[in-house]
Design a protein around this ligand. Structure first.
Ligand SMILES: Nc1nc2c(c(=O)[nH]1)N[C@H]1C(S)=C(S)[C@@H](COP(=O)(O)O)O[C@H]1N2
Ligand SMILES: [Mo]
Length: 409
């Protein structure tokens, strides 16, 4: 879909209310430019306007071409991120509007019988649904000190949804993967504007593709995937960062040697041994670095915002979300005194181990003044969040304990 200037809505200081699709702009959105964390680079803070892509509510624009738009943090007060508010991330600007009727998925390479599936044919495999967090490897990159180049995301390059589709495993089994197969090479319908730019093609270890939770999804929160989130079908790799969640999926090529495309060899890599990960992508690992795989455990305070003024005498409802690579959240601890003392928050409904897990903690502020609130999640295998940033060249895996200061007045 070509992005048309006229399709945009800018939320300025005036009380603009309707976006392209006739969508209401929530009242808080009008001031949302002011919610940019102070730690973001100046340029990123100033250029981040709220703009609505066709079919979306206004999101925080990080770049226009390719479209990179993040979800304003207020939407994370809900455990499932609305499709219309779900973040959008593209590497390349040539994004065709794929039609359901003519879309085809090709499965080839090291298989007994190559397949070409239409959407109807894909839907004939057993259908499954699961809740999973889709988070960009570089979520919160803009908060890195010192700053690193890349899309200067704040907290909203992520979302949680119920994904409905079929198991990639079932499709691969139908094609019959040959012995010696090592990786799956995944391509989507989008491409570069200039020939020289490498197409966005990812690979996945065969074992991960055969995991029962790895899906080819065609629905999100009970609706067809929005165009900007991969219509008509995308890969879902629960627990792994969204770089593998190829949108507008068009081909799966089974290969017996490590795939050496730019987006595997040169991008989306982290230094070996710096982050606590269980699942590694060994066929792509070198002595120096390794593909990013699992998300690190993380949490976000969503019920209050930085600098908010709250009346003394009323209980303060501290609430938020926590997530990890799918081991499950065991505990969320909160501090209301800048990290000196910690209490356990209460965990809310469990929507599955790959989903955001809501949590809340109610307390009664005893005096006026500034309260520094923190939240720290720990998962069931004992991984927890950091208090000091783990520096890495591309600014991935930011899981510093989130901190919000409010004033009791
Ligand atoms: N076809 C295609 N799929 C893609 C990408 C892309 O550029 N093209 N970007 C990936 C990355 S890095 C991220 S973070 C997610 C973003 O998913 P979303 O745009 O649905 O939020 O899509 C992934 N899948
Ligand atoms: Mo990403």
């Amino acid at each position: 879909m070509g992005i048309n200037r006229r399709d945009f809505l800018r939320v300025g200081s005036g009380g603009l209310l309707l976006a392209g699709g006739g969508l209401l702009v929530p009242a808080w959105a009008k001031g949302a430019q002011l919610l940019q964390p102070a730690a973001l680079p100046d340029g990123a803070r100033e250029s981040a306007l709220l703009e609505a892509l066709p079919g979306k509510v206004p999101l925080i624009k990080r770049s226009y071409r390719p479209p990179n738009y993040e979800t304003p943090p207020e939407y994370f007060r809900e455990v499932f991120t609305p499709n219309k508010a779900f973040f959008v991330r593209y590497h390349l600007a040539n994004i065709p509007e794929v039609e359901a009727r003519s879309w085809q998925l090709r499965i080839g390479g090291e298989v007994e019988s190559p397949l070409v599936l239409t959407l109807d044919e894909l839907r004939r495999f057993e259908t499954v649904e699961l809740a999973a967090v889709c988070q960009c490897s570089g979520n919160r990159r803009g908060l890195f000190q010192p700053h690193v180049p890349g899309v200067e995301w704040s907290y909203g390059a992520m979302g949680n949804a119920r994904w409905r589709g079929v198991r990639l495993r079932d499709v691969l089994n139908k094609a019959g993967v040959k012995k010696g197969a090592l990786e799956l090479v995944l391509d989507g319908a989008d491409g570069p504007v200039l020939e020289k730019t490498p197409d966005f093609v990812k690979s996945l270890p065969l074992w991960k593709g055969l995991d029962e939770n790895t899906l080819i999804a065609f629905e999100m929160n009970g609706e067809p995937l929005p165009h900007w989130n991969g219509f008509p079908a995308r890969l879902i790799v629960p627990g792994w960062t969204a770089t593998y969640w190829v949108k507008h999926l068009s081909s799966i090529n089974v290969v017996s040697a490590p795939f050496d495309g730019f987006w595997m060899k040169s991008a989306y890599r982290v230094p070996v041994g710096k982050f606590p990960v269980v699942e590694r992508f060994l066929s792509q690992e070198t002595a120096a670095n390794t593909p990013i795989t699992e998300m690190v455990v993380n949490s976000l305070i969503t019920s209050v915002r930085e600098g908010e003024r709250l009346p003394l005498g009323k209980p303060l409802e501290l609430a938020g979300i926590a997530w990890d690579a799918g081991y499950g959240i065991r505990q969320v601890e909160v501090s209301t005194d800048g990290g000196q003392s910690w209490r356990n928050a209460e965990l809310g409904t469990d929507h599955g181990r790959f989903s955001f897990r809501p949590w809340h903690y109610r307390f009664q502020p005893r005096h006026k003044g500034r309260y520094t609130l923190l939240a720290k999640a720990t998962n069931r295998i004992g991984q927890t969040q950091t208090f000091e940033l783990i520096a890495n060249p591309a600014g991935y895996h930011h899981n510093l304990v989130h901190q919000v200061a409010v004033d009791i007045v």
